[in-house]
Design a protein around this ligand. Structure first.
Ligand code: FDA
Length: 496
C-alpha cells in the first residue's frame, strides 16, 4: 500500500531478484518484490496459463498489437499476426539497432527462455568477470546456483532414440563430420517429464511447441524454484503489475515511486513507499534504463560515469541450414534445446542446435550462436524524447556472423548444403536484428563495487544481468544466478 515502509525492496523478479529475495528472507529480512509483468498463475479461458508458439494470442506479447516473432518469416512469408494489446509475457523491446527480447512477469526471463543452464568453461571465466575470484565461483557459487535452479541433462540413451530430438541428432552428425566438438547442454526442464510427454502419458508442453510464451508443464521456472522457496519463508511478498519509476534518497532511506498497471498497460494508481535498501533486479535493460534516467534527471546524481556503459548482446546471431532430403529434422521437435557445437576457442562461437517446432517436416537445421562479439553499447538519456536510448548498431553483428560462419560454412561445405534464406526475411540468411541475452549497463567493479553496491548511495545495489560486461561465452542465466548468490552472501554478511 502507498505510504508503507519495507526493509528491503527488490525491483524485478528474474534471476538476480529471486536470489536476493530468498537469501535476504532466510537472513530474517522482510522483502517486498515489485514486478511490472503479470503473476502468470491463473489459467485463461482455454484452461492454460500460457499459449504456445503456433497460436500466439493476447498472452504472447508485452503491450503490442502485432506479434514480433524472433523468427519472423517462413518460406519467405511473414508470420506475424494481430493480437489484442495486453500485458503479455514476452517483450520485444526495440532500440535503434536491435530488438531486445525479455520476459515480463513473476519469474522474469525464466518464464520465456529455453531453460538452457550452462556454466561457462573455467578457462573462459576470466574474460567474463575479471574482478571475481574464479575459485570461489566454481567451488561454491556455480554449484549453489545449479542446485537452486534444478539443472539437469538429457539421458543420452533416450536422446538417441526419441523422435523429438531427431533435429539434435542431425546437428550432432553434421558437427562431428566437420570435426567440431558436440556437447549436451544442461537445462532446467524436467527431463523425466519430457520422457513422459514423448510416451504420451502426460500433457505435452515442450513437445507441444511451448517456449517463448511460457511452458505449462515441465519447465522449472523461478516460480517453481527460487521464488517458491522465497515465498515459503513467509517473509517475501510480490506485487505484480507494478512498475518502479523512481528511487530517491530520503533521510537515510529511499523513496520508491511505483505505477500500478492494468492489463492494457495503463497506469491506474501511483504509489510511494519507503525502503531501507533497494535491489535493482529489473534485468540488464530495465536496471540500466532506471539508473541512467535517475542519474541524468538529478534524482541520483552521485551515480558514477560508468552507469549505462558496457552493454553487450552476448554475441547472439541466428541462422538456418537447408538439409538434404535424407536428413529430415522431424515434424515433432522438443522446444527445449539440449545440445550445442563448441567452437569458442578456435572461432569464437558456441552454437545451440535449436528447434523449429512448426509441427511439420522442414528439413531445416536452426541454430542460435553465442559469439565473442567485441562491440559494447551505451545507454543514454534522451531528454527531448523523454526516454533512454541504446546506441547499438545493427552492423555491429558483423563479427558475430563471421564467427558463426567458422562453424556453418565448414558444415555446409562438408555436407554440400546451403544456408536457409527464408527465415528472417526474403533472401536473408542471418538473424542479426535481435538478442535474447542483454548483459551489462551497470558493470561490476565499474558502475558498482565488486559486490554490486552503488557506493555513492548506501543501501542501493544492482543484482542482475546489468552487472555482467556484455558476454558470458554461453547462455547467461546460470552466471547471473551464481554472481547474485556470491554478492548477496557478502552483502548480508557485511551490510545488514
Ligand atoms: P530478468 O529479465 O530475468 O528479470 C527482470 C524482471 O524485472 C522482469 O520480470 C521485468 O518484467 C522486471 N522489471 C523490469 N523493469 C521493471 C520496473 N521498472 N519495475 C518493476 N519490474 C521491472 N538464458 C539462458 O541462460 N538460457 C536460455 O536458454 C535462455 N533462453 C532465452 C530465450 C529467450 C526468448 C529470452 C528472452 C531469454 C533467454 N535467456 C536464456 C536469457 C535469460 O532469460 C536472461 O539472461 C535472464 O532472464 C536475465 O536475468 P535477470 O535477473 O538479469 O533479469
Amino acid at each position: 500500500a502507498s505510504g508503507a515502509h519495507v526493509p528491503a525492496l527488490v525491483i524485478g523478479t528474474g534471476y538476480g531478484g529471486s536470489v536476493a529475495a530468498l537469501r535476504l528472507a532466510q537472513a530474517g529480512v522482510d522483502v517486498h518484490m515489485i514486478e511490472m509483468g503479470m503473476a502468470w498463475d491463473t489459467p485463461g479461458s482455454d484452461g492454460k496459463i500460457f499459449c504456445n508458439t503456433r497460436e500466439p494470442d493476447y498472452r504472447s506479447y508485452w503491450l503490442r498489437t502485432r506479434t514480433k516473432a524472433p523468427l519472423n518469416y517462413f518460406l519467405g512469408l511473414p508470420i506475424d499476426r494481430d493480437i489484442p494489446r495486453h500485458t503479455g509475457i514476452l517483450d520485444a523491446e526495440e532500440f535503434g539497432g536491435i530488438t531486445v527480447y525479455q520476459g515480463r512477469g513473476v519469474g522474469g526471463g525464466s518464464l520465456v527462455n529455453g531453460g538452457m543452464a550452462v556454466t561457462p568453461k573455467r578457462e573462459n571465466f576470466g574474460a567474463v568477470l575479471p574482478s571475481v575470484d574464479a575459485d570461489e565461483m566454481y567451488d561454491v557459487y556455480y554449484p549453489r546456483a545449479n542446485a537452486g535452479l534444478g539443472v539437469g541433462t538429457v539421458d543420452p540413451a533416450w536422446f538417441d532414440s526419441t523422435a523429438c530430438y531427431q533435429y539434435s541428432r542431425v546437428g550432432r552428425k553434421h558437427a562431428q563430420r566437420s570435426g567440431f566438438p558436440f556437447v549436451f547442454v544442461p537445462d532446467v526442464y524436467d527431463w523425466d517429464y519430457m520422457e513422459q510427454e514423448a510416451a504420451g502419458t502426460v500433457p505435452r508442453s515442450a513437445l507441444a511447441g511451448e517456449i517463448l510464451y511460457g511452458n505449462n508443464h515441465g519447465k522449472k521456472s523461478l516460480q517453481q524454484t527460487y521464488l517458491a522457496r522465497a515465498r515459503a519463508t513467509g517473509r517475501v511478498t510480490v506485487s505484480p503489475l507494478h512498475r518502479v519509476t523512481s528511487v530517491a534518497p530520503a533521510a537515510g532511506r529511499y523513496t520508491v515511486v511505483i505505477d500500478q498497471l492494468n492489463t492494457t498497460g495503463d497506469t491506474t494508481a501511483v504509489k510511494t513507499v519507503t525502503a531501507d535498501r533497494v535491489f535493482f533486479a529489473a534485468g540488464s535493460v530495465g536496471t540500466s534504463k532506471l539508473l541512467v534516467r535517475l542519474k541524468a534527471t538529478g534524482v541520483l546524481p552521485g551515480l558514477n560515469g560508468e552507469i549505462g556503459r558496457g552493454w553487450g548482446d552476448n554475441g547472439n546471431v541466428m541462422c538456418g541450414r537447408a538439409n538434404h532430403l535424407w536428413d529430415p529434422t522431424g515434424a515433432l521437435q522438443s522446444a527445449i534445446p539440449c545440445s550445442g557445437i563448441d567452437n569458442w576457442a578456435a572461432g569464437g562461437a558456441f552454437a545451440e542446435v535449436a528447434p523449429l517446432p512448426t509441427g511439420i517436416e522442414t528439413f531445416a537445421s536452426f541454430y542460435l550462436s553465442i559469439t565473442r562479439n567485441p562491440h559494447r553499447a551505451e545507454f543514454s538519456w534522451n531528454a527531448a524524447a523523454g526516454r533512454v536510448d541504446l546506441n547499438w548498431q545493427t552492423s555491429w553483428k558483423r563479427p558475430s556472423i563471421d564467427m558463426a560462419r567458422t562453424i556453418f560454412d565448414r558444415i555446409n561445405s562438408r555436407e554440400g548444403t546451403i544456408y536457409r534464406t527464408d527465415l528472417f526475411g526474403v533472401y536473408k540468411i542471418w538473424g542479426d536484428h535481435l538478442t535474447y541475452h542483454p548483459l551489462g549497463g551497470a558493470v561490476l567493479n565499474r558502475a558498482t563495487d565488486n559486490y554490486g553496491r552503488l557506493t555513492a548511495y548506501p543501501g542501493l545495489y544492482v543484482v542482475d544481468g546489468a552487472l555482467i560486461p556484455g558476454n558470458t561465452t554461453v547462455n547467461p542465466f546460470v552466471t547471473i544466478t551464481a554472481l547474485a548468490e556470491r554478492n548477496i552472501e557478502r552483502i548480508i554478511a557485511t551490510d545488514l
